[in-house]
Design a protein around this ligand. Structure first.
Ligand code: SF4
Length: 765
């Protein structure tokens, strides 16, 4: 029996440095940081080559977030975190068979996620045999043989689970879902189950499409922009350029977030220096430090004020919506005492901003995890929709709903079929296009996949990218599940913890990255992605692959499918000789991809249909947009309890830790920290660097993680913040949002106690 590898990243144990929080984003520090990462990891030539090709028309799409590219690109069309993502993928560091021969998975697991990521690109397919502790090289044929045999051995297809990370291209994701559905299951969990699933479900129920309704240009015409539960300065940095331009056009920006994020205070566009413009722009006009979970109450307050002030788009409400009266009746009956105590904001604060929103002729609402990862994530997003429908802020210039996706193609993956619960119409169209029967029974999302693994009913767990063990909640519980699985397969670019916490047998299949040239029989190929605003566009890598043994994701899926379905009606291998063939199949199987190969080659690609945005029409059962009515969530706490939210540092992208410097918050060196309100600390007699244990409480169960250092920070009383993936061990698997089943990483009830040991143990009682 193999000794278990540690599932929770150990700290880097560098001294914790607590500096001053920044009040301005980007500027020269962003340039120096981008260059530092580039030169350290790629050297001069690759840095120049990649950073002049990223997000360019004939270049590759940034492997970072899904913020759209402007139609007129600048020469350097990237942000600091985009530069880090590129440097990370195009690094010269290599993880070779020799590396694996020197390091057992147990010894590697004692290294931090930051250290693991720094080791670089994996060069060979690798096999971890059952009971062994060292990976050995394996060739592609034997790897496919092993996977196909395990898949064919499974008693039924629902004992097989196929996960997708949001970086997977449209072509790879389409082939992947076709392969999985050909096997006979809809077990297609993906990273959006953990991030914007609440947006998809909320918007789908309200306006008939699970996507945002704005164009990038709408920011230039907005009167009011709400940025709710989102930290664009770190997670979607080029959004700051759109906010700056909106500001210059007179927009009022409202920042709603428990934390005062530098990215929404002031912004200095680094390229302005080249124009000898040294000024910076104040972005948000208002920061409302709402208590965690208090957004729904705040939005109800805005809705009440909107009615009182008037400026309702009554014509739109009467003609195009339903449910207004009931929604308003509920809002009217919600007491201001409840609204102010739940939100932690004063009546004056809410009225001042509420009146500006009510009078706005064009309002955009943007949001991210701060809303989606709440127990009432779907409901609070529908409250945002309620507020905007009151003013008719859908399908008109300068207005709309804007969930900002954090992964470059997470929206595209869902569009092309990475969906565990697709509607019948979607499957029927796919069936017609592929001429293959599609399973109807809905599959497992991420949380249900983990529960199935824990129940020992998963034989093969296949991951297209990602770092599952670090991205998911309840780390130790997830690890137990993974160890139950017969075979785990990771299609990856770089080393991460999911290569160490595996099934009994494990495979790593190293793939090409976005930055790398993809040569197939017909020549160099490009792939396509879809950004947060529904634009499908090309991405073509330019670098020589990091190893001659790397394969593209479409090639991996096609060759495995060839082995699984030798009699298939689909000529899988032919599809990878020229990806135009894949896109032709997509054109036949998906809505909105007509004339795909021609349109995607146009400058800036093409827009997918979006009825609310395009024609103010709503594909809901009633054909109308729905006002929805929701009770406020219970946000009360016992006196010794706090609400914890997990957050990213500025030197991190999802679970990838680029470095240990959360520059904007003035925190560096150590990530095992708790941001806490100074008055709350004083009440406990605690100071900065006080070492504490955190215990989360859910459904009568407790999870404790030791050895966190406190940092006094501007956060509402009763709220604390920690970084993920470190704090994911405290997020209960069963603590999920209603309807979307998204883990509630932004709402975890915890207690803090002075640490009893120096060890940073993490256990569950
Ligand atoms: S904003 Fe997002 S997509 Fe754009 S360069 Fe930065 S990380 Fe990449």
């Amino acid at each position: 029996m193999r000794e278990h590898a540690r599932a929770v990243t150990p700290p880097d144990n560098l001294p914790l440095r607590i500096g001053k929080k920044k009040t301005m984003a980007a500027g020269i520090p962003a340039v120096t940081s981008s260059l530092k990462h580039g030169l350290q990891k790629m050297g001069v030539t690759r840095t120049l080559k990649t950073l002049t090709m990223v997000n360019q028309l004939d270049g590759f799409d940034c492997p970072g977030c899904a913020w759209p590219d402007p139609s007129h690109r600048t020469q350097f069309e990237f942000c600091e975190n985009g530069a880090k993502a590129v440097a990370d993928e195009a690094t010269k560091a290599r993880v070779t068979p020799e590396f694996f021969s020197k390091h057992s998975i147990q010894s590697l697991a004692e290294k931090s996620d930051y250290w693991l990521n720094k080791q670089g690109r994996i060069t060979h397919p690798m096999l971890l045999k059952n009971g062994e502790s060292h990976y050995l090289p394996i060739n592609w044929e034997d790897a496919f043989e092993l996977i196909a045999s395990k898949i064919n051995e499974a008693k039924n297809p629902d004992r097989l689970v196929f996960y997708t990370s949001g970086r997977t291209s449209n072509e790879a994701a389409f082939l992947y879902q076709a392969m999985v559905r050909s096997i006979g299951t809809n077990n297609l969990p993906d990273c959006s189950n953990m991030c914007h699933e609440s947006s998809g479900k909320g918007l789908g129920g309200s306006i008939g499409i699970g996507k945002g309704t704005v164009h990038l240009d709408d920011f230039n015409h907005a009167e009011v922009i709400l940025v709710i539960g989102q930290n664009p300065g770190t997670n979607h940095p080029r959004m700051l350029t759109a906010l700056r331009d909106a500001k210059k056009n007179g927009a009022t920006i409202v920042h709603i977030n428990p934390l005062p994020e530098a990215g929404l205070e002031r912004f200095k566009h680094p390229q302005d220096y080249m124009k000898m413009d040294f000024s910076s722009t104040q972005l948000s006009d208002f920061h409302l430090p709402v208590r965690i979970g208090g957004d729904a109450a705040l939005l109800k307050g805005f809705i009440k004020i909107h009615e009182e002030i008037g400026h309702l788009d009554t014509d739109f409400i009467q003609r195009s919506t339903s449910g207004f009266d009931e929604m308003m009746k509920n809002a009217r009956s919600t007491a201001w005492e409840t609204i102010t105590s739940d939100s932690g904001l004063s009546h004056e604060q809410i009225v001042e901003v509420g009146e500006i929103i009510a009078r706005s002729k064009a309002t955009i609402a943007c949001w991210a995890m701060g809303l989606t990862q709440q127990p009432n994530g779907v409901a609070v997003i529908q409250e945002v929709v309620n507020l905007l429908l009151m003013g008719g802020h859908v399908g008109k210039p300068g207005a709309g709903l804007c969930p900002v996706r954090g992964h470059s193609n997470v929206q595209g993956d869902r569009t092309v079929g990475i969906w565990e619960a697709p509607p019948v119409a979607f499957l029927e169209r796919m069936e017609k296009g592929l001429n293959i029967p599609m399973p109807r029974e809905h599959g497992f999302d991420v949380v249900r996949s983990i529960q199935a693994m824990r129940n020992g009913i998963v034989d093969v767990f296949f991951c297209m990218g990602g770092n599952f063990i670090s991205a998911t909640p309840d780390t130790n519980a997830t690890a137990e599940g993974l160890r139950n699985v017969g075979l785990t397969v990771q299609v990856s670019t770089k080393l991460n913890r999911s290569h160490l916490v595996t099934g009994k047998t494990a495979l790593i299949l190293p793939c090409l990255g976005r930055t790398e040239r993809d040569m197939q029989a017909s020549g160099q190929q490009f792939v396509t992605v879809e950004n947060s605003m529904g634009i499908v566009h090309m991405s073509k890598g330019t670098l020589e692959p990091s190893s001659q043994l790397l394969k593209s994701e479409p090639w991996i899926v096609a060759n495995l499918s060839e082995r699984l379905f030798p009699e298939s009606v689909i000529d899988w291998k032919a599809l990878t000789e020229d990806y135009d063939a894949i896109r032709e199949l997509m054109e036949q199987s998906l809505e909105g991809f007509d004339n795909y190969n021609e349109r995607v080659r146009r400058e800036n690609g093409f827009l997918l249909p979006n009825p609310p945005r395009d024609s103010r029409t709503f594909s809901t059962p009633t054909g109308k947009a729905h006002f929805t009515t929701h009770e406020l969530p219970n946000v009360s706490l016992d006196s010794d309890q706090y609400v914890m939210m997990t957050i990213r540092s500025h030197d991190q992208y999802n679970t990838t830790i680029y470095d240990l410097n959360d520059r904007y918050r003035g925190i560096s060196g150590n990530r095992r920290v708790v941001l806490m309100n100074a008055l709350d600390m004083a009440d406990r007699g605690w100071k900065n660097r006080q070492v504490v244990s955190i215990t989360s409480h859910f459904d009568g169960k407790q999870r404790t993680a030791e050895h966190w250092q406190l940092i006094s920070y501007s956060i509402p009383r009763g709220n604390v913040a920690t970084y993920f993936p470190e704090a994911n061990v405290l997020v209960p698997l069963e603590s999920t949002a209603k309807i979307s089943n998204t883990p509630t990483s932004k709402w975890i009830i915890v207690t803090l106690s002075e640490a009893t040991s120096d060890d940073f143990g993490d256990e569950q009682e």
